[in-house]
Design a protein around this ligand. Sequence first.
Ligand code: ADP
Ligand code: MG
Length: 209
Amino acid sequence: MAPELTLRLIDATCAAIDANADLLTRLDSAIGDGDHGHNMRRGFQAIAAQRDEMVGLPLGAALQKAGMALVMKVGGASGPLYGSLLISMAKAAGETPKDANGVAAIWAEGIEAVKRRGKSQVGEKTMLDVLVPAQEALCAAAADGVAPGQIAARVRKAAADGLEATRPMKATKGRASYLGERSVGHLDPGAQSSALLIGAVCDVLESEA
Ligand code: ADP
Ligand code: MG
């Protein structure tokens, strides 16, 4: 992958998590144990620390390294889940994708891995409630022949809508599920971190298009 693009993606995602770690912690304090911001910041700092080694790697190898860093450093339920997402995307990546369809296919493999590991699906108030609609928006935009410069806006919007949709949901997976009905009325912290990461990637890709 182009070294400059790798660096921009790493820097944008790490910055988004760092700038919003307090928000993630606040959300997780409401319906979990208040560590999601700290967990994610630690994981993305580990990715940032490997920035120079990741430059110039093919997409698959870069995703594999980032995924391993998250598995090792994030801790909490979200570490293995985000790790599975990236490591499965790494396996699917092969050659750098040529277009939005290629990116969507790789992303779909990552989502399947999250579902398998989390034994979870859309509608359970988790990161999947952002990841799945955002990936579907990418597929739809590619199928509709949306111009590359406008695809990011669609994906970002689907992620934002997916995040907001977690508010009225009752959590049935993860720590928030212990609260039952009391989880209703709050955004899911993992859905928020997914929306932040997707937003950061969209910002970079939009400026490349
Ligand atoms: P922990 O819950 O162990 O403290 P984190 O606070 O870092 O871990 O992450 C919590 C987030 O992980 C949740 O907000 C949710 O989005 C996600 N999550 C938890 N369990 C699952 C699951 N089974 N499937 C998908 N996502 C999950
Ligand atoms: Mg937590």
